[in-house]
Write a protein that binds this ligand. Sequence first.
Ligand code: E4P
Length: 219
Amino acid sequence: MKFFIDTANLDQIREANEMGVLDGVTTNPSLMAKENIKGDEACRRHYLDICNIVDGDVSAEVIATDFEGMVREGEELAKLHKNIVVKLPCTAAGIRAVKYFAERGVRTNCTLVFSVGQALLAAKAGATYVSPFVGRLDDISEDGVELVAHIVRVYRTYGYKTQVLAASIRHTNHIIKCLDAGADVATCPLSAIKGLLKHPLTDIGLEKFLADHAKVNGL
Ligand code: E4P
């Protein structure tokens, strides 16, 4: 399973990249706003900064909600860098834009997916990635991981090539469950990625190794 980091924060992207396990980045308008990135020019520069840190796919989301606007914005984003993936919402116009870009060899991430039906449309239109939002479904007492598993089953049954990108991951256990569900990618906050490292027996074991080494060496 590939790991993307779900942030527009350059320090966090650098930190995850330095761990050596990062395969890409996802952003969205809320994450860009959190970093106070305003205006088209600043957004474009920021996407380029991200692409210069990580050698992997970087999802950049359109703001337009109409087909023509999505195409215009998506084409500009795709021109920025070879690793940019145009992120489009799962609406009628968004699905049409996914199809438009697929026919022209531009990679897309169909986002804000909350049902198998939406994921089916994204795959039929030729999306590179589909993003089911795990945490937001859990927030309303639905099972986000089960949706990931269901989409994976359907895609494998019918041979769709669209990769299932588990999004809205909130914690480490979501990552483990998405592994079991067969997700191709999980996009996670840095805290969840770092959480995978944590185990008290690792800390206790290392402390003992170092103590034994110090004792025998008279340190
Ligand atoms: C997906 O690509 C989105 O950026 C993201 O995962 C949304 O997560 P949230 O529900 O934590 O905002």
